[in-house]
Design a protein around this ligand. Structure first.
Ligand code: BES
Ligand code: ZN
Ligand code: ZN
Length: 494
């Protein structure tokens, strides 16, 4: 989809459709749409359209306006407005118009009291996110062309340069989110650890990132025994991918670690078969970090950003690790694997310890579909964040701005005894059946040295959607974390 910024006004725009948004209770004259005011007035007077939240009405202009159609989209009550409503309203327009075969539309900035560059960025993001669907494996039907919008034109009256700049940044970030969604949606028979390493190699080439890919033998030498124990049940060899943006320039450094389980059957602690197909999304954290690397390089952020992505499957077999096995992680700590389904924290433990030893970063953020418990606690409206306040505060702010919202859970030291093991330094699951998301974070924290600022984001409840929600669609990955972390990095100073 192309997104164009044009200085013009809604009265003279000629496109297949023109989209106008308004608050509830707006009168036709207030909408300042000269030639078609009577048409809009009629819709409002008849009660057919009142600007209610995400209400739509389509007008065929029949020559009374240079655009063939006008689509009205309601923004709801002015006092209940927040920025994501712009993305949601644009999503309505994209879905409505692409459904009826329209390929392009123009849209005026919403009448909200926010800077034009911000509302235009929300329009661009909403349009790009809404236009994505996972169709790569569907044979196209000849008579039915793909329902997609090819071009969106944002009409602005002022600050055209600032708007165009902000839109181009939004386009980069939203496209990176769709890139992450496509990777996460790719099924596990195709998106194997080797495939993901290949994806990272292509990304490195395209975005001029430094890349190192470590295979099984190297990982053995490097002491990644927790990762290798997870991989041991699978015929697919594991890989650790390290990508760097701005390597060796002495810029403030931050590590991003993403869980890359390409399929999580649970291992010997096998998951129930119902719903197991969803575990192809267990690589969503790593996919989000790949998206972030794409965005930060295209945006040219002045930071040393290091992505560390452990990829493996978690399958049962005669070679798989058993409950009760004890392994020694990269930092030499011993872990008792009480439950082989708590594998995400095992691969992250080695990777976090390695990241801190090798790169000595100022900060490290990990993002992972770590616990089913986070869905119980918070539902699918936000992800959980835990860690140091220096990171958690700005992360939450970035979450509000992007509407990839975060809710903080505590890491009080009282929780640390939950992870005690009788036989090793730490167990990989809690001895009590409570606080699952917190105890997952507690485990990870044990592998972060004191001097490194750290935050953990558990996206198990938001990495894909079980029902349609605006630009996020049922049964499809969300790319959650790409816009959030990119926004965070845009203002992080180290
Ligand atoms: N990949 C799962 C977490 C998950 C569950 C993600 C549901 C998305 C939806 C993770 O590896 C896992 O299995 N976690 C266990 C941990 C438990 C054994 C302590 C869980 O959440 O049940
Ligand atoms: Zn698991
Ligand atoms: Zn998992």
């Amino acid at each position: 989809m192309r997104v164009v910024v044009k200085k013009s006004n809604a009265d003279v725009v000629a496109d297949a459709a023109l989209v106008l948004t308004c608050f509830q209770g707006t009168s036709a004259p207030e909408m300042r749409c000269g030639t078609i005011a009577p048409l809009i007035a009629r819709l409002i007077e008849s009660g057919e359209f009142g600007g209610k939240l995400l209400q739509t009405a389509l007008i065929h202009t029949e020559g009374k306006h240079p655009s063939a159609r006008i689509l009205l989209v309601g923004l709801g009550k002015k006092e209940e407005f927040y920025r994501d409503i712009i993305r949601q309203a644009v999503t309505k327009a994209v879905h409505f118009l692409s459904d009826i075969g329209v390929k392009s539309f123009s849209i005026a900035l919403p009448p909200a009291d926010i800077p034009p560059e911000d509302s235009a960025a929300c329009i661009a993001e909403g349009a790009i996110l809404a236009n994505y669907s996972f169709t790569s494996f569907k044979t196209p039907e000849k008579e039915e062309p793909k329902k997609e919008i090819d071009e969106v034109t944002i009409i602005v009256g002022e600050k055209e340069r600032a708007v165009a700049d902000s839109v181009s940044r939004a386009v980069i970030t939203a496209e990176a989110a769709n890139y992450a969604r496509e990777l996460a949606n790719t099924p596990a028979n195709i998106a194997t650890p080797a495939y993901m390493a290949g994806v990272a190699r292509r990304l490195a080439k395209e975005c001029k990132l430094k890349i190192s890919v470590y295979g099984k033998e190297q990982l053995r030498k490097m002491g990644f025994n927790a990762l290798l124990s997870v991989a041991s049940g699978s015929a697919q060899p594991p890989y650790l991918v390290v990508l760097e943006h701005n390597a060796g320039k002495g810029l403030p450094s931050i590590c991003l670690v993403g869980k890359g389980i390409t399929f999580d059957a649970g291992g010997i602690s096998l998951k129930p078969s119902e719903g197991m197909e969803k575990m192809k999304w267990d690589k969503s954290g790593a996919c989000a970090v790949l998206g972030v690397m794409r965005a930060v390089s295209r945006l040219g952020l002045p930071l040393h950003v290091i992505a560390l992505l452990p990829f493996t499957e978690n399958l049962p077999s005669g070679k798989a690790s058993r409950p009760g096995d004890i392994v020694r992680a990269v930092d030499k700590k011993t872990i008792e694997i009480v439950n082989t389904d708590a594998e995400g924290r095992l691969i992250l433990a080695d990777t976090i310890a390695f990241a801190c030893q090798k790169f000595k970063p100022r900060a490290l953020i990990d993002i992972a579909t770590l616990t089913g418990a986070v869905l119980v606690a918070l539902g699918s409206q936000c992800a959980a964040v835990l860690g140091d306040s220096e990171l958690v505060g700005p992360l939450k702010a970035a979450g509000e701005a992007t509407h990839e919202r975060l809710w903080e859970l505590p890491l009080w030291k009282d929780y640390f005894e939950y992870m005690k093991s009788a036989n090793a330094d730490i167990a990989n699951i809690s001895q009590y059946k409570e606080a699952g998301t917190i105890t997952g974070a507690v485990f990870l924290k044990k592998f972060v040295p004191e001097e490194v600022k750290w935050a953990h984001i558990d996206i198990a409840g938001v990495a894909w959607m079980e029902r349609d929600r605006h630009y996020w669609r049922k049964g499809s990955a969300t790319g959650f974390g790409v816009r959030l972390l990119t926004k965070f990095l845009e203002s992080w100073r180290g």
